[in-house]
Design a protein around this ligand. Structure first.
Ligand SMILES: [Zn+2]
Ligand SMILES: [Zn+2]
Length: 451
């Protein structure tokens, strides 16, 4: 089947093989999604349609009350055999795995995660390791990891990324989602707002480095984020329609990652900032704010940086001088001071990625100079930082770095070095390529301090 040239409903992209004008094939294995008022009723329906007869539900005491009990009633009403485990061991570690295994009906054919975050990660992993598929019944939508195929668990007291699987169905009942705390709603919206900068990353990368690009996937994600943004101010009133749209957007961006085969459609410079903060907080033994909240702050910072870039004039010859002045040994010692114990991995990655290598850098400057008008029109199409900040403020969500524990020193390092966490070309790398990252980030840091 041909990948649709106009964005369609999410359901049109599930479990279908597409050929695409971009030259690649796209496939997402997720089979069913229901996000609506009363969507819980689709749990027995989807189970029957997909041939599951014996379900093992996973909840904690809170999600049991929010949705687990209602799921069990619906399943028993539909004559489907089901057991629910209300977790007593909620460390999401070896003890939780043991509890799940000990209580699992031997003949169950489907796991169901009732919850978000850790419950999902655990069920994603547990179902994978016991060779069964799983569904997600979401109780909140704070990030776009629903369709992810990895999980994060506490193994040997360490946060560990484990291989897992993507869900077969995702259910988001807006009657339940509207009860989620504001900080979770704002985090979900924040993760979605990050798509503006992340898609812009991809568009400039296509021009500057010739990276492979799929405009059908970009348009799909873009149209859904625009759709959410137009009514996002109603999120503060817990408008079920808007909360459903946010969750739909988060599931859809997850599907877009599956379709493309990596996280390019959903993670860019704003996520690199968040990854860097996660690493730094972990090194200090501190707990960072939720992922989506970090992403929303990263998005605001990037929009401010691009606004600062657009205020000035670009001197491509000065950029060339900057490129030629690069000293690998100096860069390495800066990375040691910015990344601490994580520096070796970053330095090893650069050895293969060669993002900072002088000739490639000079070539990118040539491309930018040739296509600057085109790049500028992409930057002009971004929403303003003020618009995004107002939206986040209406949800009482932090939108400035100092509100999430990022001080001036860490902020400067974030601007200069967070681009090094991945080999992916982003707006941060572009501003660095132009030799302007140091001066423009100072402008933004000053602005943030005054806001
Ligand atoms: Zn994210
Ligand atoms: Zn494509």
């Amino acid at each position: 089947m041909e990948m649709p040239d106009k964005p369609q409903e999410l359901s049109a992209y599930l479990d279908r093989h597409f050929t695409c004008a971009c030259g690649r094939e796209h496939y997402a294995s997720l089979k069913r999604v229901s996000i609506r008022e009363g969507a819980l009723k689709d749990l027995p329906k989807f189970s029957k349609e997909l041939g599951f007869h014996n379900l093992y539900l996973v909840s904690d005491p809170i999600t049991y009350e929010i949705a687990g009990k209602a799921c069990m009633d619906l399943l028993s009403g539909a004559g489907i055999q089901a057991k629910i485990q209300v977790l007593q061991h909620t460390g999401f570690d070896e003890a939780t795995i043991g509890e799940l295994l000990f209580n699992m009906p031997l003949d169950c054919d489907l796991l169901v995660a009732v919850g978000t975050g850790a419950i999902n990660d655990m069920t994603r992993f547990f179902s994978f390791r016991t060779g069964r598929p799983f569904f997600t019944v979401a109780t909140a939508a704070p990030m776009d990891g629903f369709a992810s195929s990895i999980g994060v668990l506490n193994i040997n007291h360490l946060k560990t990324t484990v291989d897992a699987q993507t869900p077969t169905a995702i259910i988001g009942d807006t009657d339940i989602l509207k009860g989620a705390p504001y900080r979770m709603i704002a985090a979900g919206l924040g993760d979605l707002l990050g798509k503006f900068t992340c898609l812009c990353d991809w568009k400039v990368a296509k021009i500057i480095t010739g990276e492979h690009y799929c405009d059908r996937i970009v348009e799909l994600v873009e149209s859904c984020v625009q759709n959410v943004l137009k009514d996002a101010d109603k999120a503060v009133d817990r408008d079920p329609q808007v909360l459903g749209d946010i969750m739909n957007g988060l599931v859809l961006t997850g599907v877009a990652m599956s379709l493309y085969g990596n996280s390019r459609p959903a993670s860019g410079c704003e996520h690199h900032m968040s990854h860097y903060w996660e690493m730094m907080f972990e090194q200090k033994g501190e707990k960072p704010v939720p992922h989506g909240t970090q992403v929303s702050v990263g998005t605001v910072l990037m929009l401010k940086l691009i606004e600062a870039l657009r205020r000035g004039k670009i001197d491509f010859d000065a950029a060339r001088d900057f490129a030629r002045s690069y000293q690998e040994a100096d860069w390495e010692s800066e990375i040691h001071s910015a990344y601490g114990p994580a520096a070796d991995g970053i330095i090893a990655m650069e050895k293969t990625a060669q993002k900072n290598e002088v000739n490639a850098h000079l070539n990118r400057i040539d491309e930018m100079e040739q296509h600057w008008d085109e790049i500028l029109s992409l930057l002009e199409a971004l929403p303003s930082s003020a618009e995004i900040m107002n939206l986040l403020r209406s949800l009482q969500s932090p939108c400035l770095p100092q509100k999430i524990g990022v001080d001036k020193d860490l902020l400067k390092k974030t601007f200069l070095y967070s681009k090094e966490v991945r080999a992916r070309y982003t707006l941060l790398q572009m501003v660095w390529d132009l030799g302007l990252l140091d001066t423009l980030s100072d402008e933004v840091i000053k602005e943030c301090a005054e806001d």
